[in-house]
Design a protein around this ligand. Structure first.
Ligand code: HEC
Ligand code: HEC
Length: 318
């Protein structure tokens, strides 16, 4: 090989190495098949949509530094800082602290979290995936941003109120997969139920703010922020029964429905912050799982805001 040839073959490697050094301070790139736990964790972050709630994009907040106000049936809740800042974030947390938060909804000090943090879904996450996620979060830029207090209505403002709620509605994972399901549907179920927490928005809630199991994914007139959320069961008339699996994959990648509508609001965020970064195989698995759900007839007006029930009234269909 000529010297020039040798130089040319080494040059890309040298450039790559310097790019890696320059990028050393940046967080890991998502890759579900990587040897690096942080890269796998970055992929889990996309699939689980953590950044949407924990980044206050509208007010120019830093990545994962919290501060976003979330409306919930309990009142307004502020998402905390989950960057590895030791004082104001979760920098001092051990792996076990992190696993306990996601799987039990408890803080290192034993405080109970509000289910606005969807640990009711994450409790079904595999422990390896939680640890990969923690490895990734450790690589994120630490940001000093003290947590702001929630603005919850009484009695929800009293954390003790959560104990009977949890007793009634919280079942700790890990999930027991359906042994009859094929591998793709089982993967889709994991992505939808444990990671994507789609039911948090797409399932109506009862008067205590818990999702109604019998109406799983059948849509809600009073979703987050009082906006309606469509039925995504395979009912042909009122759900997504007329969508092909390809339509669903295309939608999850781009936000365009088969009718050519460009999705808005919280679903747009779920796609842009996470879903569109998933592998083709994973999006196909999500589509296959949604198509395997029982079809439920439930017409939800898909446009505009429905008038939310008066504060504190908790009319039957949250
Ligand atoms: C739907 C919004 C939402 C999503 C999605 C979400 N969180 Fe949260 N998270 C919250 C809220 C709200 C709290 C605060 C709960 C409380 O104070 O009781 C919280 C609390 C936490 C805490 C506790 C922080 C502390 O200081 O005690 C951790 C850790 C956390 N979330 C990590 C995650 C991770 C990791 C993901 C993705 C797997 C995630 N969250 C996804 C809303 C969300
Ligand atoms: C934070 C709330 C939220 C979460 C989480 C969420 N969605 Fe949505 N989704 C919405 C809203 C709101 C719309 C309607 C948006 C619009 O009409 O512009 C929607 C629309 C959709 C649609 C289009 C349905 C139609 O008839 O137009 C599909 C399909 C969908 N979501 C699937 C999912 C899947 C799969 C997940 C989980 C991986 C998920 N969503 C998670 C709020 C959410």
């Amino acid at each position: 090989m000529t010297r020039l040839g040798a130089l040319l073959t080494r040059l890309p490697l040298a450039l790559l190495a310097s790019a890696m050094l320059a990028g050393a301070a940046a967080a890991a790139e998502a890759d579900p098949a990587s040897e690096d736990p942080a890269a796998r964790g970055a992929y889990i972050l996309h699939a689980a949509g953590c950044a949407t709630c924990h980044t206050d994009v509208a007010n120019g907040g830093a990545f994962l530094a919290g501060g976003r106000m979330l409306s919930s049936p309990w009142g307004a809740i502020v998402a905390p800082n989950i960057t590895p800042d030791a004082e104001t974030g979760i920098g001092g947390w051990s792996d076990e602290d992190f696993v306990r938060a996601l799987s039990e909804g408890r803080s290192p000090a034993g405080r109970t979290y509000y289910p606005a943090f969807p640990y009711t879904a994450y409790t079904h996450m595999r422990r390896e995936d939680m640890l990969d996620l923690k490895a990734y979060l450790d690589t994120v830029e630490p940001v000093r941003a003290p947590n702001r207090p929630h603005a919850l209505r009484f009695p929800f403002s009293v954390r003790l109120f959560l104990h009977p709620w949890r007793w009634l509605f919280f079942e700790r994972g890990p999930d027991r997969p359906d042994p009859g399901a094929d591998e793709r549907v089982a993967r889709g179920r994991y992505l939808v139920e444990a990671l994507g927490h789609c039911a948090e928005c797409h399932t109506p809630r009862n008067m205590l703010g818990a999702t109604k199991r019998a109406r799983h994914m059948a849509g809600s007139r009073y979703g987050p922020g009082g906006l309606s959320v469509p039925n995504i069961t395979p009912d042909v008339e009122t759900g997504i029964g007329a969508w092909s699996e390809l339509d669903l994959v295309f939608f999850l990648r781009t936000g365009f429905t088969p009718a050519g509508d460009d999705v808005q609001g919280e679903m747009r965020e779920a796609i842009d912050d996470g879903l569109r970064h998933l592998t083709q195989a994973d999006l196909e698995a999500i589509a296959a799982y949604l198509k395997s759900l029982p079809a439920i007839r439930n017409r939800v007006s898909s446009t505009g805001a429905a008038a939310a029930p008066a504060a504190g009234s908790f009319g039957g269909d949250w």
